[in-house]
Design a protein. Structure first.
Length: 616
């Protein structure tokens, strides 16, 4: 785990070195204690890394290079250069040869900064999946950048004005999707994106795109053989990161169970696996993790998260993130990584990415049923189907016609907008939720425009692949990876994602949509390829994950209820949310549906907790 930060062509009050120190100090953690830096009055560059001499920073005259993460080259000459001179030096050599095209040769999880003083140019980039983040802020004719927004804020030229639109995005998505950040003028790089700053101008482009095959071009058996080999290859690559002891997240789902088995197989020793349980009806699936552990013979460890743990974790999580983050499964992720760290683990193997690569979310099947409606000729829909279904008096009182009406109304909404039909912010009039002045300042189409850009960017002709492309960015990079990365770092472990290795990602694009999902079977190809490897109970189980029973515990555990209610009282005094909406939400959470309404209580609570810790 490491971080980078710096600036270019931005004048700072002399002396400038203390400002670089302040930026780097923000990135310091139990995993990032060692700093390397280069600084002048108009530019600075620093890295924070796990080890004192790991080659994260390279200086050769006017060329400065820094990286963080675990990049590697498949080009043997460049990889040999990295082995002999350090990875930053190898990136610098590749940049000299190819300019921005050097990014085509770089693989793995990384963020990189190249300061080319001779050309008056800065190149900033992140990996293809956005595993490692990088924020940037153009200011005073220059640019400031860093792994986190907090590191950028430490530069004196950067202000910390909150962007109201980002508050709205947070409440819509429960996180702030890239390219936005919580701060006005500051942005994140998107997956596979680079930013080039030269002659005072900033341009952003993608150096790689996900390619999908929409029709079957290879026999399934051949694809399955390649997939099984890739699993072993990517696990070996994940474990090549220097570590004393590795452990596996094990939820009992398809991905984590597969990786636990593959780690055991390729290392020749039982994997150390770690899982979380909840003493709450409908939330605990630790028996699936136990089943996978028995099947593969792992050394298994589990911990039951309690309501008291949640009370402890809430302020910790609010402090940990550089912007509001509302994914409640950060809590079990943290305690799972913490349990492993206390057991001596310094590298966690995580199974994130399988659903977004191989079609594992139930909404994909649901949306396919709505897409069938688009296959009916438009004249027939308008002249026959819709008048009969929507125009019959009293049809809403007849159950089959009522369901048909609901189906048609949803099917008429195009993708990707339809994916958010059940968003919390669509369940009540916005003027009931927000304060008038705040609402008037918002671009209400902003969240959907963010989704539409990613959805449309895919060149596939299959709706499934467009949804997968969207989820690789909004669900994976903006949400799940942010959750796991930060909670592991706070717990004191690094994390690696074998399923997100570049080779595996590109392979998944060659699996056609008809094999990813077959009939109503999610992840059909993945499961068929591993049916002799995984226990059948795990292959056939429904997806659950690390969901937190917050709503249930909110009603049953007074200290948690007090913390949540106090937080929402604080939010009432701000200019965002209508106090009457908070009252309604709490009443419905307590009396109607604890789990459903508890989600928005959590999201609002974490917003206020973050604001108290950062902007009280």
């Amino acid at each position: 785990m490491s971080g980078i930060c710096g600036w270019f062509a931005t004048a700072t009050p002399a002396p400038s070195a203390p400002y670089l120190d302040a930026m780097a100090a923000v990135l310091s953690s139990p995993l990032t204690r060692h700093r390397a830096h280069a600084v002048t009055g108009a530019s600075g560059l620093a890295t924070m890394s796990r080890e004192a001499a790991c080659g994260n920073l390279f200086q050769d005259g006017a060329l400065w290079v820094a990286f963080e993460g675990t990049p590697y080259f498949t080009d043997p000459t460049l990889q040999a250069h990295a082995a002999n001179h350090g990875m930053a030096a190898a990136i610098g050599e590749c940049y000299r040869r190819r300019g921005t095209a050097c990014l085509d040769s770089l693989h793995g999880a990384f963020a990189v900064a190249v300061l080319d003083h001779a050309a008056r140019r800065v190149l900033l980039a992140v990996d293809r999946l956005g595993i490692r983040p990088l924020c940037l802020h153009a200011v005073n004719g220059g640019i400031v950048f860093g792994t986190t927004a907090d590191s950028i804020l430490a530069h004196p030229a950067v202000s910390r004005h909150i962007d109201p639109q980002s508050i709205y995005h947070y409440l819509y998505f429960h996180m702030i999707p890239s390219p936005g950040t919580i701060y006005r003028g500051m942005q994140k790089l998107l997956p596979a994106e680079y930013a080039l700053f030269e002659e005072g101008r900033l341009t952003r482009r993608f150096y790689w795109e996900m390619r999908y095959v929409d029709t079957k071009i290879m026999p399934q058996a051949q694809l399955a053989k390649e997939f099984r080999a890739l699993l072993r290859q990517t696990v070996r690559q994940a474990l090549s990161t220097p570590h004393a002891k590795a452990g596996n997240f094990l939820s009992g789902g398809t991905d984590s169970s597969t990786l636990a088995g593959i780690v055991t197989e390729v290392t020749g020793t039982p994997a150390d696996t770690y899982s979380i349980g909840f003493d709450a009806p409908g939330y605990d699936e630790s028996h699936y993790a136990d089943m996978a552990a028995r099947h593969f013979g792992t050394r298994h460890h589990h911990y039951y998260v309690t309501p008291r743990d949640v009370v402890t974790a809430i302020p910790l999580i609010a402090r940990a993130y550089d912007e509001p983050f509302g994914n409640a499964s950060a809590v079990p992720t943290y305690f799972c990584a913490k349990m492993a760290q206390e057991d001596g683990v310094d590298l966690m193997v995580a199974g994130d990415g399988g659903d977004e690569l191989f079609g594992g979310n139930a909404r994909y099947v649901k949306q396919r049923t709505f897409e069938l409606y688009a296959g009916i000729p438009a004249p027939v829909r308008r002249a026959l189907v819709e008048p009969l279904a929507l125009g019959v008096p009293g049809a809403g009182r007849i159950a089959p016609l009522r369901k048909l009406q609901s189906y048609i109304r949803q099917a008429r909404i195009p993708l990707p907008d339809r994916l958010e039909s059940y968003n919390f912010l669509h369940r009540s009039p916005l003027h009931d939720i927000f304060q008038p002045a705040f609402l008037a300042s918002l671009d209400l189409e902003g969240p959907l425009e963010n989704m539409r850009e990613v959805y449309r960017r895919s060149r596939s002709t299959a709706a499934l692949h467009h949804m997968l492309h969207l989820d690789l960015k909004n669900t994976l990079a903006d949400n799940d990876l942010r959750k796991v990365n930060r909670m592991c770092e706070v717990a004191g472990t690094a994390v690696s994602y074998p399923l997100l290795d570049d080779a595996m990602v590109e392979f998944s694009g060659r699996v056609p949509p008809g094999l990813k999902i077959k009939g109503a079977t999610l992840r059909y190809f993945f499961k068929e390829s591993l049916k002799d490897f995984l226990p059948p109970e795990i292959i056939n189980k429904t997806k659950h994950g690390f969901g937190l029973p917050f709503g249930l515990w909110l009603n049953d555990y007074p200290p948690l209820r007090e913390l949540a209610y106090d937080s929402l009282q604080g939010l009432r005094r701000r200019d965002y949310i209508n106090p009457a909406y908070i009252d309604t939400l709490l009443t419905k959470q307590h009396r109607e549906h604890a789990g459903y309404y508890g989600v928005m209580v959590w999201v609002l609570m974490m917003l206020e907790q973050w604001l108290q810790h950062r902007h009280s």
